[in-house]
Design a protein around this ligand. Sequence first.
Ligand code: 3IO
Length: 338
Amino acid sequence: MNTISRVFLMIILAACLLLPAGSHAGGAAIGLTYANFPPANTFPCVQMERWKTEVEKRTGGKVKINTFPGGTLLGAKAMLDGVIAGQADIGCLCMAYQPGRFMVTNATGLPLGIPDARTGSLVLLDLFQKYRPEAFAKVKVLTMFTSAPTNIMSKVPIRSLEDLKGLDLRGSGGAAQVLAALGANPVGMPMPAVPEALQKGVVKGLLSSLEVMKDFNFAELCRFVTMTDTAIYPFAVVMNLDSWNRLPADVRKVMEGLRAEQAEWTGRYMDRHVREAMQWSREKYKVEVIKLSPAEKTRWDKRLRPIVAKWIAGARAKGLDGEAIVADIKAFMAKRAQ
Ligand code: 3IO
């Protein structure tokens, strides 16, 4: 071997020794896949990228997370089963899309007056920790969060129950119950299907949190918002149990340490982003925000009141103490209020 070859060899050897040391100590990074159902710019994916960044940073590069927004790895309704089967290590799901499957945690989607996404997210996590529902027995729950309170976005102005009567509006889970009680015709579908349904006129609007006016550009088609500030949508981020059990203890500790912090971060992001999105909608599309008159609001509230009692009766039929669940949600709301 001549001198030049020897120098080259030394350089290559040195590079091999130095490169991994720069990223993390020992072995290749642990790769994890993270599936999500809506487009990358929407809040479930914004929180996913934040979680990825924090986990990679806090584990010193020991873990590398590959994110798949837009249903490219698992779709909205396939999320939990896909994660249980190991098609993705981690998945983000909206519980409203399978209401019967998540009875306990979906109780946060009742019209109980959760004031914002920050409170909702912490209350949902509190409820999960207390009840440890069977629905999540086959996964590790990494975090939970909620949307902001929901409002009606529509192509036509809605100022009264009469305007709403029989109108095809999209809403799932708790939001669908609210729409039905108000006399609208609820049409259930996951959020990613809504742009086409609005475009084709299959629905005339939707009940969801208002940041979608900007993030899905719904403001272009829905020039009216009727303020209801009702039912939130609950979400969960879950991990395959084998993937979880394979993680080193220090990595698990980082993820567990992020659980409540991530819920609160996502809630705060959502609350801020709703305000931003509505300002944008008013400026860009002259969206009209309709506030119900006090008399009209009384009529709407009266229609919504039986929902909780009806849910409690339904829970009892399934062997759940719905009364206790609702009382716990109210207590957690008081505890988490700011
Ligand atoms: C939602 C779902 C996906 C992306 C953005 C979103 N903002 C609020 C929701 C709540 C929800 O799941 C829904 O279907 O309205």
